[in-house]
Design a protein around this ligand. Structure first.
Ligand SMILES: *Cc1c(COP(=O)(O)O)cnc(C)c1O
Length: 397
């Protein structure tokens, strides 16, 4: 089938919940994608910050193939070796004490919310606790995650939302303080806001929220679904700040393409939180995803991927800053590590679409940000290639 035929069929079959770019990808190699017509694309989107190891990593592929032959799924009524190995690695990397594996990011958020509510229920002997979340945040599309996503547009048709959620302003500690009440059980935020426009938390804000939580026995939940797994130059972004969450969520690059998420807890929280009967998942943490997570974390540690990000990110920042200086309609660059955003006064959807014609994949965030979340294994030459292609796109506008 040619590209037009694929697109026509897809639009006739799939529920129309996305306005897709007119590209049909067929295979990937390293940091490049190839479409069905054989055209090559430099990928600075990584399937929305998922493909941290790029494409075609043979050690990863072999681990998955081996597990497919051995055992795919058993349910959580039994134990399985790969998920035990995966759990050990993710706990060691995060310094957290307990992990529950999910099938997506939004489910990790659902679990984190339930864990926080149960903790407060155990402590107080009653339910009815509230969560403080942030405006312009993004935590997922299921009803619980949607309720803590501070974007009226996403919520509007689906009300009523889960009650007991109040929204503060990201990086404004006073706005958080103003919402704290007797029954607040958790403060939830992305360490680096992704969909909202690539905003890293300030040190002052994150330290302040941590202190506020400590003073009031409120749990700090950090959503590391996009900014975690080495993307910012630490395995988890909060590790830059010297601030540790009580609960954290992870997904996206955790499986590097295998659908898996997780929420992690400290022992202090886990002890008084979800118990048998409180939570579950048929697929969650099955042997297949266990093999993926185990291998991803093994390779990230062995190859010091966070170290590589710390080395390459300043060069990406430099090349992006050059573009911001060159074009009046680019007004700012911000981000942390290989999670970068460039603010544009000209339509970013058009920039992303034109970039595809130039053989470059970039995505957008908020309404005015060009988002760059490449595979973490990019080299300087890839940054140069990206900068040249993006320059050509911007010049044409
Ligand atoms: C992508 C994302 C989610 C939702 O993850 P899904 O796997 O799409 O459900 C939640 N939080 C953040 C910060 C994300 O970037």
């Amino acid at each position: 089938m040619n590209k037009e035929a694929y697109m026509k069929e897809a639009e006739a079959e799939l529920l129309h919940t996305y306005n897709r770019y007119p590209v049909v990808f067929e295979r990937g190699e390293g940091v490049y994608l190839y479409d069905t017509e054989g055209k090559k694309y430099l990928d600075f989107a990584a399937g929305i910050a998922v493909q941290a190891l790029g494409y075609g990593n043979q050690e990863y592929a072999q681990a998955l193939k081996g597990q497919v032959d051995l055992l795919m799924h058993t349910s959580n009524l039994f134990y399985n070796p790969p998920i035990i190995r995966a759990a050990k690695r993710v706990l060691a990397a995060s310094g957290m004490d307990r992990v529950f594996f999910t099938n997506s990011g939004t489910e990790a958020i659902e679990g984190a919310i339930k864990a926080a509510k149960k903790y407060a229920y155990t402590r107080d002997g009653h339910a009815g606790h509230e969560i403080v979340a942030m405006r312009q945040s993004f935590h997922g599309r299921s009803m619980g995650a949607l309720a803590v996503t501070g974007n009226a547009h996403y919520q509007e048709p689906f009300g009523p939302m889960m009650p007991g959620v109040r929204f503060a302003t990201f990086n404004d500690l006073d706005s958080v303080k103003a919402l704290i009440r007797e029954n607040t059980c958790a403060i939830l935020l992305e360490t680096v806001q992704g969909e909202g426009g690539i905003y890293p938390a300030t040190q002052e804000f994150l330290s302040g929220v941590r202190a506020l939580c400590d003073e009031n026995d409120i749990l700090l939940i950090l959503d590391e679904i996009q900014c975690g797994m080495g993307r910012t130059g630490q395995m988890f972004a909060w590790q830059h700040y010297g601030v540790k969450p009580d609960i954290m969520t992870c997904a996206k690059a955790l499986g590097c393409g295998v659908p898996v998420g997780a929420f992690l807890l400290t022992e202090r929280v886990a002890e008084r939180s979800l118990a048998p009967g409180d939570h579950g998942s048929t697929y969650g943490g099955n042997p297949f995803v266990g093999a993926a997570v185990d291998k991803v974390l093994e390779l990230m540690e062995r190859d010091d991927i966070p170290g590589h990000v710390r080395e390459i990110a300043p060069y990406l920042e430099q090349r992006l800053d050059e573009l911001v200086a060159r074009y009046d309609f680019l007004t700012a660059r911000r981000g942390l590590g290989l999670m970068q955003g460039v603010v544009s006064e000209k339509p970013v959807g058009e920039i992303a679409a034109n970039a595809l014609r130039h053989g470059l994949v970039v995505i957008t965030a908020a309404s005015d940000v060009i988002r760059l979340v490449p595979p973490l294994v990019i080299e300087r030459a890839h940054v140069d290639e990206m900068a040249e292609k993006l320059d050509a796109v911007l010049r044409e506008l």
